[in-house]
Write a protein that binds this ligand. Structure first.
Ligand SMILES: Nc1nc2c(c(=O)[nH]1)N[C@H]1C(S)=C(S)[C@@H](COP(=O)(O)OP(=O)(O)OC[C@H]3O[C@@H](n4cnc5c(N)ncnc54)[C@H](O)[C@@H]3O)O[C@H]1N2
Ligand code: MOO
Length: 391
């Protein structure tokens, strides 16, 4: 069995970045830029007043000044300053050349067309041209675009952007016992829950995901479903990955000519994970136990989908204090479902008593996966441990 680290590097090697496509900026939320955005102008495009008040020369601050014009946002003043003059100015207006200071109107006494500065301040109240960003500067945030990013790109004067095409994901759950949610169960049947969760995780990672109809535990049914998945950048199967007589994913993917990257990872939950390439599709075969499939999707599918959009993995282990004593670990790296809390201002991570990989109810209550390396000795309340936050 290979380590989680090795498995992740082999999964990432399966990723081909998707091609670029152009979309309206308004539709680009959560998309990933395929190339940097180059600012088409400097921001501000001119020296701009930051306050409503009067534009003047710093050298004239102590004098009586004559108001010789008015400048507003969108209505610049185009005259030339004369000695001991000032221009009434409003926030956002270009500061006329020749003036280097804007005094807030609250700090000025005005009589007719004459003003006197009553409270001189050091701050010039001018936003200098290009002080936010310069024309031709590049913006390449290396993350799914946030609302703030969209605002910045608009300010750079772009209304369309080139982004990575969303990876196409086909999710295939298999098992004779499975029926769709909402169906009355016959004896021995189980509600199929994993494909819904995995497809939602894929969408949250930027993919276009569809669930194929549930496959039966026979090779023909699985082969038919795989043919429906053609054109997907990633095929994710759920279940049938283990060693039982009905676990057919290994055999069927072999028949389809899969180049296998690995089978089985030294992790808990999720040992019987399979990965590889079938034609132009990457393939991840997740274990059927609901928690195992979701943990494997978090650890492998999400980074793979990010890589397909040109992004690095974003799994950064965090440190916290352990909330209870726990026994020594076995031979597999363990991802324990855990709750986060704050005690005396410090973050505390407390793993649940049960770590059964079928318990979706507990997983839904979890805020974190506490990570324990294989062979980790017993740990005690108050020890420093590592965890991955869950969203
Ligand atoms: N002799 C051994 N048995 C098992 C081993 C092993 O090493 N030797 N490994 C165990 C581990 S660990 C896991 S994980 C499971 C994974 O097995 P499969 O990937 O083959 O999963 P299935 O057998 O198909 O299903 C397991 C379990 O999960 C339920 N399931 C499956 N798909 C769904 C779905 N889409 N929605 C909801 N629930 C699903 C299924 O009904 C089973 O209860 O193997 C162990 N066995
Ligand atoms: O490794 Mo399995 O995924 O524990 O249930």
């Amino acid at each position: 069995m290979i380590t989680v680290e090795e498995a992740l590097s082999r999964v990432l090697a399966l990723a081909h970045p998707t091609a670029a496509e152009e979309v309206a900026l308004a539709d680009a939320l959560d998309r990933v830029l395929a190339e940097p955005i180059r600012a088409r102008l400097s921001q501000p495009p001119f020296n701009a007043a930051a306050m409503d008040g009067y534009a003047l020369r710093t050298a004239d601050l102590a004098d009586d000044l004559t108001v010789i014009g008015e400048a507003a946002a969108g209505a610049p003043w185009t005259g030339r300053p004369t000695p001991r003059s000032t221009v009434r100015i409003f926030t956002g207006a270009p500061v006329p050349d020749g003036y280097d200071h804007v005094v807030m109107q609250e700090d000025v006494a005005r009589e007719g067309e004459t003003i006197r500065v009553t409270q001189p301040q050091k701050n010039s109240n001018i936003r200098m041209e290009g002080s936010d960003f310069k024309r031709n500067s590049d913006f390449d945030p290396q993350r799914p675009l946030t609302p703030r990013d969209l605002g910045l790109i608009a300010a750079m004067n772009h209304d369309r952007v080139r982004v990575h095409r969303r990876p196409r994901v086909a999710v295939l759950a298999g098992g004779d016992e499975l029926v769709a949610p909402g169906t009355p169960l016959k004896p021995g049947q189980i509600v199929c829950s994993n494909d819904i969760a995995i497809a939602a995780m894929a969408r949250r990672a930027g993919a276009e995901a569809r669930c194929l109809p549930i496959a039966a535990d026979d090779a023909d049914s699985l082969l038919a479903r795989f043919s429906e998945a053609q054109g997907a950048d990633l095929i994710v199967t759920i279940g049938g990955a283990s060693v039982g007589d009905h676990d057919l994913i290994g055999a069927v993917t072999e028949r389809l000519g899969m180049e296998r990257a690995f089978y089985k990872v030294a992790m808990r939950p999720g040992k019987p994970l399979i990965a590889g390439r079938i034609g132009s599709s990457a393939m991840l075969g997740l274990p059927g136990n609901p928690v195992s499939s979701i943990v494997c999707a978090e650890l492998f599918m999400r980074p793979l989908l990010r890589a397909m959009q040109g992004l690095a993995a974003d799994q950064k282990l965090r440190r916290a204090i352990l909330g209870r004593d726990i026994a020594a670990e076995g031979k597999r790296q363990h991802y324990l479902r855990a709750r986060l809390s704050v005690e005396d201002g410090e973050e505390v991570v407390t793993p649940f008593d049960s770590q059964d990989s079928a318990r979706l109810g507990l997983l839904a209550q979890a805020d974190a996966l506490m990570v324990r390396p294989a062979g980790d000795p017993a740990r005690y309340r108050g020890d420093q441990v590592s965890f991955l936050p869950l969203s």
